[in-house]
Ligand binder design. Structure first.
Ligand code: ADP
Length: 372
C-alpha cells in the first residue's frame, strides 16, 4: 500500500524526482525528469551520472552536494542551482536532496527533487537588468539637470549684467533727445521724430527694468506676498498706453482687488507681455483684450484673451521657447516675452498654455499656486 502511494505520488507530482546510490549513479527517476532531460523513459537514465547529463563543472558541484548529504546524513532543501544543459541551454532549479535509507535503515544513497524555475529566474534577471538601466538613466538625468541649473544661473547672471549695462546708454539717448527737442531751431518733423525716440527709449527703459527684475528674481529669491493683481494690471496697461491708443485697443479687466499671494513684480511682467502681445499681434480695427480670473481649489487660473491674428495649433508650445518668433520683422519684438512669462509662472508653481479664441485670436491661460 505504502509503495503504491509513493509511486502515485512520484508519478504525478510536478517536480522531477530521482534517486542515486552512494557513488551518485542514478538508480531511478520519475517520468518528469526523463522527459525534462529528453529521454523516452526513466529506465534510460538508470546507471547514468551527472557527468552524462550536465557540463563537467556543474556535475562536480552536484556531486559535492551529494557528498555533503551523505556525510552529514541531513537533507539540503530548496537551494537555487544554475545548470547548462548539453545543448547549451541555461536552466534554473529550486532543488532539494536528502539521504536515502534502506529497510534496515542503512544509508544507501540520496534522493533528490527539483522544480524548474527558469521562467521565474529569467523574469527576475530582466527586472534586475531594467532596474540597473533605470538607475543609470536617473544618474544621467541628475547630471543633465545639474548642467541645466548651472547654465541657467550663468544665463541669469549674464542677463542681469547685460540689462544693467544697457540702462546707461538708454538714459543717455533719452536725455539727449529731450535736450535736442528743447532747441528752438527744430522743424515740426524733427520734433515728432524726437518724440518717437523719447517714447521708444522710455519703453526700452521699462523693458530693461523688467528684465532686471526677472534676472534678480532668479539670482536671489524674493518673498511671495499678497498683492492687488487688478492694480498691477492697470499699472502695466499704463506702460502700454501709447500702443493701445494708437491701435484703439479696448482692455477689459474682470478682476476684483482681492489680495492674491504672488511675486508682484514678476506677475506684472506676465500681464505686460500678454496684453502687449494681444494688441501687437492684432490686425482688427478694434483690438479687444479681456482678462478674467477663475478661482479653483488649489490654484488661480488667469485668462488673457485677444481677437488678434491667432497662433497655429502646431506652434502653441514653441512660442514659449526663447527667441522663437512666428512673424517677420514687421512687428517689433525680441522673442523672449513669452519665455519670461513661462519662467515666471513656473516660479509661481503653475502652468501656462494657449487655447484658440472663439472667433479669432488666442486665449492665454496660466495658473498660480495658492500655496506660495
Ligand atoms: P515677441 O513678442 O517679442 O516677438 P514673445 O515671446 O512675446 O516675443 O512671443 C513669441 C511669438 O509668439 C511672437 O513673435 C508671435 O509670433 C507669437 N505671439 C505671441 N503672442 C501672440 C498673440 N497674442 N497672438 C498671436 N501671436 C502671438
Amino acid at each position: 500500500m505504502e509503495k503504491q502511494i509513493l509511486n502515485t505520488f512520484i508519478g504525478n507530482i510536478s517536480h522531477c524526482v530521482w534517486w542515486k546510490d552512494k557513488n551518485s549513479v542514478l538508480l531511478g527517476c520519475n517520468e518528469n525528469l526523463a522527459e525534462f532531460l529528453g529521454f523516452r523513459a526513466p529506465e534510460q537514465l538508470i546507471g547514468k551520472t551527472d557527468f552524462d547529463i550536465w557540463e563537467a563543472k556543474e556535475a562536480e558541484e552536484s556531486l559535492k552536494i551529494d557528498k555533503q548529504v551523505l556525510s552529514s546524513g541531513k537533507p539540503i532543501l530548496n537551494y537555487v542551482e544554475r545548470k547548462t544543459k548539453k545543448n547549451g541551454e541555461i536552466a534554473w532549479f529550486s532543488k532539494s536532496k536528502a539521504p536515502l535509507y534502506d529497510e534496515d535503515n542503512i544509508l544507501i544513497g540520496t534522493v533528490g527533487w527539483h522544480n524548474d524555475i527558469t521562467h521565474l529566474k529569467n523574469l527576475e534577471l530582466s527586472i534586475d537588468d531594467k532596474n540597473i538601466k533605470l538607475v543609470e538613466y536617473n544618474l544621467q538625468l541628475e547630471e543633465a539637470n545639474k548642467k541645466i541649473e548651472s547654465n541657467n544661473e550663468d544665463l541669469e547672471r549674464f542677463t542681469y549684467a547685460a540689462s544693467h549695462d544697457l540702462k546707461g546708454p538708454i538714459r543717455n539717448v533719452k536725455s539727449f533727445a529731450q535736450l535736442l527737442k528743447g532747441k528752438n531751431s527744430l522743424g515740426q518733423d524733427s520734433i515728432e521724430y524726437l518724440e518717437i525716440i523719447i517714447s521708444s527709449a522710455s519703453r526700452m527703459e521699462v523693458l530693461v527694468n523688467n528684465v532686471l527684475t526677472f534676472a534678480r528674481a532668479g539670482i536671489s529669491e524674493v518673498e511671495a506676498e499678497p498683492a492687488n493683481i487688478r492694480a498691477i494690471i492697470f499699472e502695466k496697461i499704463e506702460d502700454i498706453r501709447d500702443l493701445a491708443e494708437r491701435k484703439s485697443a479696448e482692455i477689459e479687466v474682470n478682476l476684483t482687488s482681492k489680495p492674491i499671494k504672488c511675486y508682484p513684480h514678476l506677475i506684472g511682467l506676465v500681464f505686460y507681455n500678454l496684453i502687449n502681445n494681444g494688441i501687437k499681434f492684432n490686425e482688427s480695427t478694434k483690438p479687444k483684450i479681456e482678462i478674467n480670473l477663475i478661482e479653483e481649489s488649489d490654484f488661480y487660473v488667469f485668462e488673457v484673451s485677444d481677437n488678434g491674428i491667432g497662433i497655429k495649433p502646431e506652434s502653441v508650445e514653441q512660442v514659449f521657447e526663447p527667441f522663437k518668433r512666428l512673424v517677420g520683422s514687421t512687428i517689433p519684438g525680441s522673442g523672449i516675452g513669452l519665455s519670461i512669462c513661462k519662467r515666471v509662472v513656473e516660479i509661481h508653481r503653475g502652468k501656462i498654455w494657449i487655447e484658440k479664441n472663439k472667433e479669432s485670436g488666442s486665449i492665454f491661460k496660466f495658473t498660480i499656486s495658492k500655496y506660495l
